[in-house]
Structure formats: structure tokens, C-alpha cells
Design a protein around this ligand. Structure first.
Ligand SMILES: C[S@@+](CC[C@H](N)C(=O)[O-])C[C@H]1O[C@@H](n2cnc3c(N)ncnc32)[C@H](O)[C@@H]1O
Length: 223
């Protein structure tokens, strides 16, 4: 899919709510979600450094990371409920696997400056703007949620998505890589097996809120 280009963006909806997001950005304001909201907020606000993996799929990687770094709290966000149900019983106490849309969670639940590391591994190169994860509003929400010394790491094997992502993160400073264990995500294993190039970007919190989303920036590496 080297010729992927981003779909035309959705127009902002009235009231500043996120469009295209499952349940909407006010989802967790509803009383029926009060319990899960409280559980996530307690986990996130524990005082431990917080790492978030977006779209963890089978969860092998985040489960390994959580066992390897027990002093870190690992929050996994995955929209596919069955994947979450299968992986969650294997999670140690410092790992919370949650069936939720990362766009909603970042925009509505994670406090400013609360996240040390965000991992976005092989996001889906969708043609549907409602399903697109990497948008200016999501990237802004990630920037707000990042701790001052935090970092966001994105990997993709889709050249067009790499270009799109670099544009969104333009102006964000280069950052050291976050903790990386030896267990690879499923897509990364496929890339290794098939010799596909992987484009990687690791950026720190922008100095100016809402930096980026403009012109193209360079990727840190390709293999
Ligand atoms: C192409 S797969 C990559 C899976 C895995 N990260 C890997 O590297 O093999 C993208 C994953 O992100 C999940 N996903 C897509 N949009 C999401 C969102 N808004 N919030 C949370 N997960 C999402 C999908 O369900 C899917 O599991």
C-alpha cells in the first residue's frame, strides 16, 4: 500500500465533539460508564509512569512489556472487543487492557501531562475518514496528554502513512526511544519475515501546543 493517501478529513461537528469516533468524545461522561471511567482514572493517576499502546491487537507485546517493566503502568487500547477479552485475563496488575477508541480516551480521559510513552504500531491505512486514527485532533490530544519528557513512537510499513504521520508531527522535537522489549507486534513480525521496510518516528512533547499538523518532517529511521 505504498500509494496510500489520507482520506479527506471530516468537518468538525457542532459543539467541538470529535467526529468519526466510536461513541463520541462525551461517551465517558455518561453515568453508565462511571465505573470504568473511575477504574481507568485510578490506574492512570496511580503515580507510576504511564505507557499507552494504541491498537495492541493480540496484546503479546504490551503483556511482555508489562511483565518486563513492572514499575510502569501499561494501558492498552484496542477497539476490537474480542481481542481485548482474549488478552485481558493474562494481564499482570500493572497492565490494563481496555476496549476503547484511543481517540476518545486521549481527548476526553487522559489528564494533561500524564503519559510518558505512547506506542502506535502499524496503524490501519484506512480510506474511511471516520476510522482514521492519525488526524490533527488526535495528534493534538496526544500532545496534551504527553508528560514534558514523554515520547510518542509510531511505526508503519506504509510509505504514504509514514509521510502523512511525519506531516502531523512536524515541529515536534526528536526524542529518545521508549522502552522496547524483544517481543514484536504481529505486523512487525510480518514485516521482518517478508523483508518489508518499516518507517519509524519518535517525537517528544511539542513546545507549542498544537504544533505540527503542517509541513512534512523527516523520519528518524527506515530499515
Ligand atoms: C493494522 S492493526 C496493527 C495491530 C498491531 N499494533 C500490530 O502492529 O500488529 C491496527 C490495530 O489498531 C486497532 N485500532 C484501530 N483504530 C483504533 C482506535 N481508534 N483505537 C484503538 N485501537 C484501534 C485495530 O483494531 C487493530 O487491532
Amino acid at each position: 500500500m505504498s500509494d496510500w493517501i489520507p482520506p479527506a478529513p471530516l468537518l468538525p461537528s457542532a459543539g467541538g465533539r470529535l467526529r468519526g469516533v466510536l461513541g463520541g468524545s462525551a461517551l465517558y461522561d455518561q453515568p453508565r460508564h462511571a465505573e470504568v471511567r473511575a477504574r481507568v482514572q485510578a490506574f492512570v493517576g496511580s503515580g507510576a509512569p504511564l505507557a499507552v499502546e494504541v491498537g495492541f491487537d493480540h496484546g503479546m507485546r504490551i503483556l511482555d512489556h508489562a511483565r518486563r517493566w513492572p514499575e510502569i503502568h501499561w494501558l492498552g487500547l484496542e477497539i476490537r472487543k474480542r481481542r481485548v477479552a482474549a488478552a485481558a485475563p493474562h494481564a499482570p496488575p500493572n497492565c490494563l487492557l481496555w476496549s476503547a477508541d484511543a481517540r476518545t480516551v486521549f481527548s476526553a480521559l487522559l489528564p494533561p501531562g500524564s503519559v510518558s510513552w505512547v506506542y502506535i504500531l502499524f496503524p490501519t491505512p484506512t480510506d474511511n475518514p471516520r476510522h482514521l486514527l492519525l488526524t490533527p485532533s488526535f495528534v493534538s490530544a496526544v500532545g496534551r496528554a504527553l508528560a514534558p519528557d514523554g515520547a510518542v513512537y509510531v511505526a508503519t510499513d506504509v510509505a504514504g502513512l509514514a509521510t502523512h504521520t511525519a506531516t502531523l508531527f512536524d515541529g515536534w522535537p526528536e526524542a529518545p526511544m521508549p522502552p522496547m522489549g524483544p517481543v514484536l507486534s504481529r505486523r512487525e513480525r510480518v514485516c521482518g519475515r517478508d523483508g518489508l521496510p518499516v518507517y519509524r518516528l519518535c517525537r517528544g512533547k511539542p513546545l507549542i501546543e498544537d504544533a505540527g499538523n503542517g509541513t512534512e518532517a523527516a523520519w528518524t529511521g527506515q530499515e
